[in-house]
Ligand binder design. Structure first.
Ligand code: 5RP
Length: 233
């Protein structure tokens, strides 16, 4: 396992300190939170904890099922006690860019219905200002071209459809537009509102006011950053 993978694993496992017997847990998507899901599977089989997971993607559902984690839907299980998920970037205000794995819409629905959200990440994801990572948007298939044209009016860099000529299709049968804003997103809430007002946009990969803690792994160890005044403070 290379060092980056080790860091992801450390962050993913450490985040399970937030897991308690009886919880309903939103299970995020990605290569870091995968280790959280595996650890929850271990806690069920070896420690006998009793939890219910709500997966944020088909990939996570398959992984969780293979580990014997009891699953439910958001509709049946909400409100959830906690969501643990990865992120592509987080800033000092615990604002996030998500959607690198294309699951942003379900991830946001699940996080919105959770009493708290914990992000697992390595320190490459920590930024001062969001936007170095391309901002993903989920768009309705039929509208992607007109949405991309509108985005080009406000986005200083490239706006591209994920997958190019063979577009990536989300679990909701949508497409993803990746928008290269550069590290300019100082008011993510404002930008999110603006983009969501464009017809054809399903969801924006900006998560504002949702994340309460970041479990961050770096070469000097794992640090849990708690948002002051957040729901886990
Ligand atoms: C999926 C996501 C992921 O959580 C995000 O892309 C981080 O993934 P990874 O841990 O693989 O870097 O938002 O839609």
């Amino acid at each position: 396992m290379d060092r980056v993978e080790e860091l992801k694993r450390e962050a993913g496992i450490t985040a399970c300190s937030f897991v308690r017997d009886g919880m309903r847990i939103g299970l995020g998507t990605g290569s870091t939170v995968k280790y959280t899901v595996i650890e929850i599977g271990r806690m069920i089989s070896e420690e006998g904890i009793d939890v219910i997971g709500v997966p944020t993607s088909e990939a996570t559902r398959e992984l969780a099922e293979s580990l014997g984690i009891p699953l439910s839907t958001l509709e049946e299980a909400a409100p959830l006690d906690i969501t643990i998920d990865g992120a592509d970037e987080f800033d000092p205000n615990f604002q996030l860019i998500k959607g690198g794995g294309g699951a942003l819409t379900r991830e946001k629905r699940v996080a919105e219905k959770s009493a708290a959200m914990v992000v697992v990440a390595d320190d490459r994801k920590q930024v001062n200002t969001l936007g170095e990572f391309h901002l993903p948007l989920e768009v309705r298939k039929d509208d992607w071209y007109t949405v991309a044209a509108k985005l080009r009016e406000i986005c200083p860099g490239q706006v591209s459809i994920r997958g190019g000529e063979s577009p990536y299709v989300t679990d909701n049968e949508g497409y993803i537009l990746d928008c290269d804003f550069g590290p300019t997103i100082s008011d993510p809430s404002l930008l999110e509102g603006h983009i969501k007002s464009i017809d054809g946009v399903v969801e924006v990969g900006l998560f504002v006011g949702m994340c309460d803690a970041v479990v961050m792994a770096s070469n000097s160890g794992v640090t849990t950053l708690l948002k002051q005044g957040g729901r886990l403070d």
